[in-house]
Design a protein around this ligand. Structure first.
Ligand code: U2F
Length: 449
């Protein structure tokens, strides 16, 4: 992009929990890398805690917003809704104050475009007040976004748990009981259901809706969103589009250990950054791993080690690694990794696709049951547990199926096709790359440059 006269100030508002800020920061970094114009600056707004894991990127300045945590507060095993509630009690003032500070800091360059996590739908009102375009970014999967924007329709119908959602474009194969809380149940006047419903009402007014997926993964939804939003651009997988990657720590030597294992023989286990499984289930998982004999890498926070059966770590010294943090994307991309036991957070699903690894799904909350259903029944690249939780005998069967069985070979083949599509999207002339350029032109163009 060439040099232009009036400076551009792109403000990016992050939802500072779970893995929301990271993909948004990847988007900002990818956008910043498309500009060769020193007249464009990016201000990125998130909490101090979430900012600590973001690497420095040229042209992006990070500003801290309060997440409402009282000084000295130490949260161990705190349910996610408590910290989100504290943060939501501070919005939008925490962001508007920080936006003012960024304008002063830039020497008076007014904000010319506002990009926000779609969860922060008040971003639309701020953008309107500033008379600048609003770009809303959905960091989850397309099916859960569709469920949210159909909340009112779904509530009007009298549906039961097992009913199929085939009457909504692109949701065939999903059932009512897979839907996130807040869609068919939950009080739309408060908490998370309100946040998501406000988002559903606001998104059609966004100038652009961007999402962390790639064209063709859910083709019916590509066209449905194209007709529902003013502009819709899938630009994922964002982690692959981002030219500046955080250095992944490998304190436990996972990659070196994987080098010594046979192709697709290892199971990787992780439940992301938000949810925690009950201790009894973690113990079942541990027993299942031992009985299966399958080599493993398990990402498990130190505070959960107390739930492991006595002697587990000693007994499995030669079978696997239990690590507080794992370079997950690299582990999933390694040829020795053959299965991923996961909660089905959207970033984990995307990383499994780009690694070509079938999933064993144990969803817990939010969009995870929808993602798990799509993985197992629509794309057919994974299996789930029959009951709600993990049971050791069932885990053994799942691992046998995915790692050693014929079924697993079929899943790997289908995964290979999805992986090729994902890599194609972020390659030269790929559709995510083209869409990213369109977003950038819109961001810069509409702001009068
Ligand atoms: C929330 O998701 P989570 O943060 O719980 O889970 P993911 O979306 O799967 O993202 C986890 C990320 O953390 C990384 C991993 C993913 O990028 O590579 N990671 C790692 O590098 N090493 C580790 O040892 C463990 C994790 C929410 F709970 C989900 O329901 C949503 O789908 C998601 C996106 O909106 O946000």
């Amino acid at each position: 992009m060439g040099s232009t006269s009036s400076p551009c100030h792109v403000a990016v508002l992050a939802f500072p929990f779970g893995t929301h800020a990271a993909p948004l920061y990847s988007l900002a970094s990818a956008l910043a890398s498309t500009v060769d114009d020193s007249g464009v600056i990016f201000s990125f707004f998130t909490s101090t805690r979430s900012a600590s894991s973001l690497p420095p990127v040229p042209r992006i300045k990070i500003f801290s917003v309060s997440d409402g945590t009282p000084p000295g507060h130490v949260a161990v095993h705190e349910p996610p809704h408590l910290e989100v509630g504290r943060f939501m009690s501070k919005v939008p003032t925490n962001f508007t104050d920080a936006l003012d500070a960024s304008v002063t800091d830039s020497g008076g360059i007014d904000v010319t475009c506002l990009i926000s996590d779609a969860f922060l739908s008040f971003g639309g009102a701020i953008a309107k007040k500033l008379n600048v375009p609003w770009v809303a970014v959905w960091t989850g999967g397309p099916c859960s976004l569709s469920a949210h924007i159909h909340t009112d329709l779904l509530r009007r119908k009298n549906l039961s748990d097992e009913d199929d959602l085939g009457f909504i474009t692109g949701l065939s194969g999903l059932r009512i009981k897979d839907l996130p809380d807040g869609v068919v149940v939950g009080d739309l006047t408060q908490g998370f259901p309100k946040l998501l419903h406000d988002m559903a009402l606001a998104l059609p007014d966004a100038d652009v809706v961007v999402s962390n997926t790639f064209q063709g993964l859910d083709p019916d939804l590509d066209s449905d969103f194209g007709s529902k939003f003013k502009m819709y651009y899938p630009v994922g997988p964002l982690s692959l589009l981002n030219p500046v990657q955080a250095v992944s720590e490998d304190r436990f030597g996972c990659i070196k250990w994987l080098e010594q294992q046979k192709p697709h023989s290892v199971v990787y286990v992780s439940f992301g950054t938000v949810v925690s499984l009950p201790g009894t289930e973690l113990a079942e998982l541990a027993h299942g791993l031992v009985s299966s004999g399958v080599h493993f890498i398990w990402s498990l926070k130190d505070s959960f080690r107390e739930f492991l059966p006595d002697g587990f770590l000693d007994r499995t010294k030669d079978q696997g690694i239990v690590a507080a943090w794992v370079p997950q994307a690299e582990v999933l991309a390694h040829k020795s990794t053959g299965a991923f036991v996961t909660h089905c957070g959207w970033n984990s699903v995307l990383e499994s696709i780009t690694g070509g690894v079938p999933l064993v799904c144990r969803p817990v909350l939010g969009d995870q049951p929808v993602n798990a259903r799509v993985v197992t029944k629509v794309w057919k690249v994974g299996v789930g547990f029959e009951g709600k939780g993990i049971e050791s005998g069932e885990l053994v069967k799942c691992l046998r199926k995915v790692i050693r069985g014929e079924e697993g070979e079929g899943m790997r083949e289908r995964m290979r096709r999805l992986k090729e599509m994902a890599l194609g999207a972020v390659g030269v002339e790929g559709n995510s790359v083209r869409n990213l350029k369109a977003v950038m032109e819109m961001v810069v163009g509409k702001s009068g440059r």
